[in-house]
Ligand binder design. Structure first.
Ligand SMILES: CC(C)(COP(=O)(O)OP(=O)(O)OC[C@H]1O[C@@H](n2cnc3c(N)ncnc32)[C@H](O)[C@@H]1OP(=O)(O)O)[C@@H](O)C(=O)NCCC(=O)NCCS
Length: 183
């Protein structure tokens, strides 16, 4: 892994850093919540081993300089409260963002704060041209995050995602580097 790959990012209330095996307990605490996993592609974690495997997959990607989630650490408590990162970074200088947050932290503007910083990193450091995000049409909280991050709604992709034995319609959002407030 190169030294500058996925550096620590600081936001007002959080620190984003690479996941480590010791995060498994705190990750399991929120990823086992059915409400958190309701619109995600992954199932709620059944045991802490599911969280360990999730972290292991991230570690394998970090080791190959492939983007994965940062852990979101709440400064006030020094605890892992969620994850956010680039799911795919395409050679065409575009990438997709994904995220999840423990339920007790919802609706406090936290993920919007985190996603804004990850978008800035993607444009300024990774030199991306376009950053996109998708959310199930029913996942209002998620597409509100995209709107609060100045992303543009591009339309509904019908039957775009197959997860949990069903096809789902998803809303597609994106932001271009030229649309940054602070280019
Ligand atoms: C989606 C998620 C990351 C949002 O994180 P968050 O920190 O609560 O987001 P924010 O507080 O920054 O913004 C959420 C916005 O949605 C609004 N919102 C949430 N649920 C809503 C609902 N059912 N109807 C209308 N607005 C809603 C909130 O009021 C807030 O908007 P506001 O600040 O204008 O009031 C979080 O709910 C989560 O982790 N969910 C489970 C995992 C998930 O679905 N991940 C995304 C997969 S695409």
């Amino acid at each position: 892994m190169s030294a500058d790959f996925m550096p620590v990012i600081e936001t007002n209330r959080t620190i984003l850093r690479q996941l480590v095996p010791a995060d498994a307990g705190e990750l399991f605490a929120y990823a086992s919540d059915e409400a958190v996993a309701k619109y995600t592609t992954w199932q709620p974690h059944q045991t802490v081993d599911d969280a360990r495997q999730f972290i292991q997959r991230a570690l394998e990607r970090y080791a190959q300089n492939i983007h994965a989630d940062w852990g979101i650490i709440e400064k006030a408590t020094d605890r892992l409260i969620g994850t956010c990162g680039f799911v795919h970074v395409h050679p065409h200088r575009r990438a997709e963002i994904g995220y999840a947050l423990g339920r007790t932290h919802w609706n406090q503007g936290l993920m919007s704060e985190v996603v804004k910083s990850v978008i800035l990193y993607g444009f300024k450091t990774l030199q991306l041209h376009r950053i996109e995000a998708r959310a199930d049409v029913r996942n209002v909280g998620s597409w509100r995050v995209m709107e609060k991050c100045n992303m543009t709604f591009e339309g509904v992709l019908r039957g775009h995602l197959f997860a949990k034995n069903e096809f789902h319609d998803v809303r597609m959002y994106s932001i271009l580097v030229s649309e940054l407030d602070d280019p």
